[in-house]
Write a protein that binds this ligand. Structure first.
Ligand SMILES: Cc1cc2nc3c(=O)[nH]c(=O)nc-3n(C[C@H](O)[C@H](O)[C@H](O)COP(=O)(O)OP(=O)(O)OC[C@H]3O[C@@H](n4cnc5c(N)ncnc54)[C@H](O)[C@@H]3O)c2cc1C
Length: 437
């Protein structure tokens, strides 16, 4: 268990239970808590650690024991030998490094090994190429979706496993990071704006469906109001699945608590855009740097490389929200203090970093650095694909040519700030109302 850290609505876990039941063997879930996960810091690990409690409870309810190990005792191959495992089922992760770990493991072990996509609803390997725009992806995606909205659940594991006395496993509920020194990164503190775990995710989802979903389409682009689900950290850590979200929303539609229009607006984001981002990461090797730019954007940005930049900020100035732009500073403050930022401001935030950086490649790197460092939902296909959208036109089209940006879409402070009550948003941040009202 790595990308989908939960005990329910988890196709990889279901596959393992199905297999165990068929073979007459117990099922054990394993989480390897390495202390140097790429770009992860204390903030992320704190949320992750909180989530393990619910995962364990839900796994035990299905008669699956949960083993968590920390370095230096965390090798999966070693555990498989210790347990005399018959097979391994792993969840999938489209990103480079976690994807590589799975490949390495496949070569090292000599027992059957499956991977199952427990992150997307439509498994990422359904598609064999990258889709350049959401309008090409959407029809193919929604044509496939009905096939994956339900599957026969194997229920609980039928065969018991009794943990031998003294068997090595971290006691879930304790602080996973306790005692970790370097290379563990403690430079970014945990936030109390979000609590990790399936229960907290479900609570947020229930609140969204009951109180916000009906108005989602009209309120979602108003960062001064608390109109979106804020479910992204739970999706990132797999504490909740897109499938659970879909079920809750279908239920609301069936009860007449949400119009099909509001549902479709939300599905456009949580299903189509989200799974397009995974598609991007899966098929574009340079998904986290400027080399992923489509040809039209690369050429156009190169043409404007020497355009004078009226303002250039250092990474430190940006990080500390020390620019001349109050709206941008407020957004950066939301990122640092809440571990989250509203989508409208994320777009503006990245566009300004392009404008204020010496080169587009440096702007890309700065966005990835800040995004992954401070957001609880960072280090995610959504982050890389959206930064690529903002900086170098991925999943977008050429616009009118202008300085610095070339043909990449521009966003001005004046026009962005007019789309919502930006004054209120800035005041909210000053007053510590990190999610608006
Ligand atoms: C520059 C930039 C950086 C971003 N970085 C991240 C990131 O690191 N991690 C991350 O999860 N999202 C990222 N996003 C996408 C989006 O802003 C967030 O997913 C969203 O704001 C999360 O808030 P929410 O859960 O309330 O969204 P809601 O509006 O409630 O949407 C529900 C879900 O739909 C998905 N979604 C919404 N908007 C998008 C989108 N544009 N692309 C893909 N999926 C989307 C998310 O999973 C989100 O949780 C970024 C966007 C931009 C422009």
């Amino acid at each position: 268990m790595q990308r989908a850290e939960r005990g329910m609505d988890n196709p990889a876990l279901d596959k393992a239970i199905e297999l165990g039941n068929e073979l007459g063997l117990p099922v054990i879930a394993f989480f390897s808590a390495i202390n140097n996960f790429p770009h992860a810091n204390w903030r992320h690990y704190h949320f992750l650690s909180q989530g393990l409690v619910d995962a364990q409870e839900d796994l035990r309810a299905r008669n699956v024991e949960f083993i968590v190990r920390r370095p230096p005792h965390n090798a999966l191959e070693k555990l498989a030998v210790e347990l005399g495992a018959a097979a391994i089922v792993a969840d999938e992760n489209a990103m480079r490094e976690p994807g590589r770990w799975r490949e390495v493991l496949a070569h090292r072990i000599d027992i059957p090994y499956w991977t199952v996509d427990a992150d997307n609803i439509v498994p990422a390997n359904t598609f064999t190429k990258h889709f350049y725009a959401v309008q090409f992806f959407r029809p193919k995606f929604f044509a496939e979706l009905p096939k994956f909205l339900s599957w026969p659940s194997p229920g609980d594991a039928r065969h018991n496993w009794k943990r031998p006395r003294g068997f090595e496993s971290f006691a879930v509920g304790n602080d996973l990071t306790e005692g970790w020194g370097p290379p563990f990164d403690r430079s970014v503190r945990p936030v109390d704006t979000f609590t990790g775990g399936t229960r907290a995710g479900q609570k947020l989802l229930a609140d969204f469906v009951t109180n916000k979903l009906a108005d989602y389409d009209s309120v979602r682009n108003h960062p001064e109001r608390d109109g979106t689900s804020r479910i992204s950290p739970y999706l990132h850590f797999g504490h909740i699945s897109a499938l659970s979200i879909t079920r809750a929303i279908e239920d609301a539609v069936a009860k007449g608590n949400c119009t099909p229009e509001a549902r479709d607006a939300y599905y456009g984001e949580v299903l189509a855009w989200r799974e397009l981002c995974v598609n991007f990461v899966r098929f574009v090797p340079n998904y986290d740097n400027f080399e992923c730019a489509p040809d039209w954007a690369r050429e156009s940005l190169r043409k404007h490389l020497r355009d004078p930049r009226p303002v250039v900020y250092t990474r430190e100035q940006l990080q500390n929200h020390q620019t001349h732009d109050d709206m941008w500073n407020a957004a950066q403050q939301q990122m640092v203090e809440a571990g989250w930022m509203h989508n409208m401001l994320r777009m503006y935030w990245a566009k300004k970093i392009l404008e204020w950086s010496p080169t587009p490649a440096e702007a890309f790197d700065t966005c990835v650095y800040l995004n992954d460092r401070y957001f609880l939902d960072g280090r995610d296909p959504n982050g890389y694909a959206n930064i690529a959208w903002a900086i170098c036109g991925v999943h977008d089209r050429p616009w009118f040519e202008r300085p610095i940006f070339g043909k990449v879409r521009y966003m001005s402070g004046a026009s962005t700030g007019k789309k919502f009550n930006s004054k209120r948003y800035i005041e909210n941040m000053r007053e510590g109302k990190l999610f608006g009202e």
